[in-house]
Design a protein around this ligand. Structure first.
Ligand SMILES: *Cc1c(COP(=O)(O)O)cnc(C)c1O
Length: 448
């Protein structure tokens, strides 16, 4: 497309966008099982209106936009309160879970550089199930990732974590819950290890930060995961997920102020002035910050409890329905609205493609092969319909179990490459082609 010579009308803009959007997953009616967290029109309208009010503001300079500083501080202290922090708890709002995680890893790397200079190759120990953003952080910041294995129930094996600790270890990580199977790592045991070995412990509650505390409050038997455990030194929690803020906002909290200084970046010699930036981005959209504050204030504890009840009811319906299908099983014991199912008899990637042909957008996983679901209030009305179509899809696949669909080929291909760096390159090639050519995915010319 060429750069436009003259502008087009507002009507044409919206007409074209509506046309483009016909290609998208239908999240509003619960057909999409990830990426969008929708709790109804009332909350959406509020969050959008607030975002609009702060549309042009920029959190990069809190001296100019003091309202954003106030909104950020108040949001962080509300979240700290939810996670049993105290008046020492500090943090930052970031653009999302990945940035929170990147900043946490950078903070601990820089703290180790300052306080443990004998370490030349810092290491973090994280479960293999940890979010890929930690792999990205390891890659960006030169911290060695040491993977801890999982137990049968997909939670991290803490005895293995202890065996993996070396003089170079700076950080332990656990998730509450982890993304792939939605199960809670044993944070209390990790906290004890962190205290015993004088290590830092980050809890990734990006996904569960605004559901796990409410499930606990509703009487769910979920062990502690937050600052109530003495070994937990930081927590990430995404406001743009189960807190229902606008996209682009996550909270990163530290147990004490001492740690946060290692997150900040400053440069006093810039011809552009004394430079300081709290996190990875420069410009920080004020709308996202304000939307986070507004979502917490508007929904409140009672609202979140109600939403959590709705999500748990839909999840229960889905889990029961899936467990009743003999060919399928749920992985581990997921306590919240996040879970995965697998099969010993059928190729779940083929099953995903059949469901996609019926209009669902399904997330696929490997190691082990399974399909992944995140339940939101948008799914309440579709659980029964989904289960009916799932049962039908299982029957269709059983009639033709060897069907090689696109996903069967893609996941099979990736798994078959023995050199994992070549597998990573394969994924980049496929993605790069999709992004530039835009059309349908194909294997042609990939040399495989
Ligand atoms: C979503 C998620 C992240 C990353 O968050 P983004 O906002 O997508 O960058 C990290 N950890 C967990 C457990 C998540 O679910």
């Amino acid at each position: 497309m060429k750069f436009p010579r003259s502008g087009i009308s507002r009507e044409e803009i919206f007409q074209t966008l509506a046309e483009y959007r016909r290609q998208d997953g239908d999240w509003k009616h619960g057909k999409t099982w990830s990426l969008v967290y929708y709790a109804g029109e009332e909350i959406t309208r509020l969050v959008k209106d607030v975002y609009g009010e702060f549309f042009h503001t920029n959190g990069l300079n809190p001296f100019v936009f003091r309202s954003l500083k106030q909104l950020e501080t108040e949001t962080l202290s509300m979240v700290a309160d939810l996670f049993h922090g105290d008046d020492q708890t500090v943090g930052s709002l970031t653009s999302g879970g990945s940035e929170s995680i990147l900043m946490a890893v950078k903070t601990y790397r820089d703290e180790a550089r300052a306080l443990r200079p004998e370490i030349t190759q810092p290491e973090m120990i994280a479960p293999v199930s940890v979010h890929a953003a930690f792999e990205k952080a390891a890659h960006y910041f030169g911290v060695k990732m040491v993977h801890a294995p999982l137990k049968e129930d997909f939670t991290v094996d803490t005895a293995a974590v202890e065996r993996l600790i070396t003089p170079n270890t700076i950080l332990l990580v656990g998730s509450a819950p982890q993304y792939p199977q939605g199960v809670m790592d044993p944070i209390a045991a990790l906290s004890a290890l962190a205290l015993k070995h004088r290590l830092r412990l980050h809890v990734d509650a990006c996904l569960g930060g605004f559901s796990i505390p409410f499930i606990k409050e509703l009487g769910g038997s979920i062990p502690d995961f937050d600052f109530s455990l003495a070994g937990v030194t930081s927590i990430s929690a995404d406001l743009h997920k189960y807190a229902f803020a606008a996209k682009g906002v996550s909270a990163l909290l530290y147990r004490d102020t001492q740690l946060r200084q290692y997150q900040y970046f400053s440069y006093g010699d810039w011809p552009g002035g004394l430079f300081i930036s709290p996190s990875a981005t420069g410009t920080r959209p004020g709308g996202a910050i304000a939307s986070a504050w507004a979502a917490l204030k508007f929904i409140g504890r009672e609202g979140y409890l109600e939403i959590t009840r709705t999500v748990l009811a839909a999840t229960r319906q889905l889990l029961d329905g899936i467990r009743a299908i003999p060919e399928l099983f749920i992985l581990g014991n997921p306590p919240a609205g996040v879970f995965a199912f697998g099969s010993d008899l059928l190729n779940v990637h083929a099953l995903a493609d059949i469901l996609e042909s019926k209009g669902w957008k399904i997330d696929q996983q490997s190691n082990p092969d399974c399909l992944h679901f995140m339940v939101t209030p948008a799914h309440t009305g579709v659980a029964a319909e989904f289960l009916a179509q799932l049962r039908q899809s299982v029957e269709e696949l059983k009639a033709n179990p060897q069907t090689v669909t696109e996903s069967v080929a893609l996941y099979g291909m990736s798994a078959a490459i023995p050199d994992r760096s070549l597998a990573d390159q394969f994924i980049r090639t496929v993605y790069g082609r999709f992004m530039t050519e835009g059309g349908e995915f194909s294997f042609e010319g990939l040399g495989i």
